[in-house]
Design a protein around this ligand. Sequence first.
Ligand code: SAH
Length: 324
Amino acid sequence: MTERLDAFMARANAAYYATHNPFADFTTSPEISQVFGEILGLWAAVTWQLLGSPAPIVLAEAGPGRGTLMADALRAVSRAMPEFRAALRVHFVEISPRLRQEQARRVPDALWHDRLSDVPDGPMILLANEFLDALPIRQFVRRGNAWMERFVANGQFEERPSQDIATVLPDCAIVERCEPALEIVGALAARFVRQSGAALFLDYGPEHSGHGDSLQALAGGKPADPLGLPGTADLTAHVDFAALAAAARTAGASVHGPAAQGLFLAELGLFQRTNRLARSLPPAQAAAAMDAARRLGEPNRMGRLFKALAIASSGCPALPGFGE
Ligand code: SAH
């Protein structure tokens, strides 16, 4: 069988998420510190007010993993802004039946969908951490003065001529394109033109549209062959935030960021909240909580490679966390 890389990646990841506990292979910000989800909950609460406090409102999450982020967010929101907690209804977009079960344990009253486009109409705030990086990419390789596209056959790349890239780059340059991410962001932006809303994406990716191969696989916590047996490794690629921001602007939404995750979280009080949490913990746990916050925020750890990007209805000129 020969498949285009994006078809291969979609099939491999669907099989992987259906059969594996991804959190045995990698960890994510909400699993590192409870303060991450709490802060995103407060971000959603303030954003809700900036949107004019519409009620009811959908609080959606794409790719909620173990449901940790949303559980932490709801706990913080219940305390800080009970009127937002009362107005919101949680909707999860998740393809993995196995992870849905785990999410239901932490957020029993959520509703589930296969696709973001299935989330009902009306005002919406969406959160998505490490969701876009799991979506399938296409890759193009420059050969001489022509472009080839990468297909996968028997665990190896096969190249076929392509007319889909217009730019001229040096021989052997690689360009990636994540069409589902562009479609999702474009559709959300169009939705936010019609209905009030905002979406916050956190993920890893370079500052500017990069060229180069960022496809990677993790199996058992270690780098693996991305083209190995489909379903045995988690496949991801860097998120092209500049391309997503451009797609959202074209569709008429306001765009905030991308900002480095460390700056975004620090502005929203990562270290103050963690300090307060640490004061209520025994010394060893307090030290672990402080280290977890530093891991999320420090530039040489997750603070710089990870970015935050928000898109919103155009009536929303400034959003928290973006230094606006
Ligand atoms: N946000 C979580 C999990 C990140 S892992 C966290 O930060 O811990 C990626 C998540 O996206 C998993 O829940 C996975 O099952 C889900 N996912 C991957 N591809 C998806 C798709 N095409 N549609 C919906 N969910 C998807």
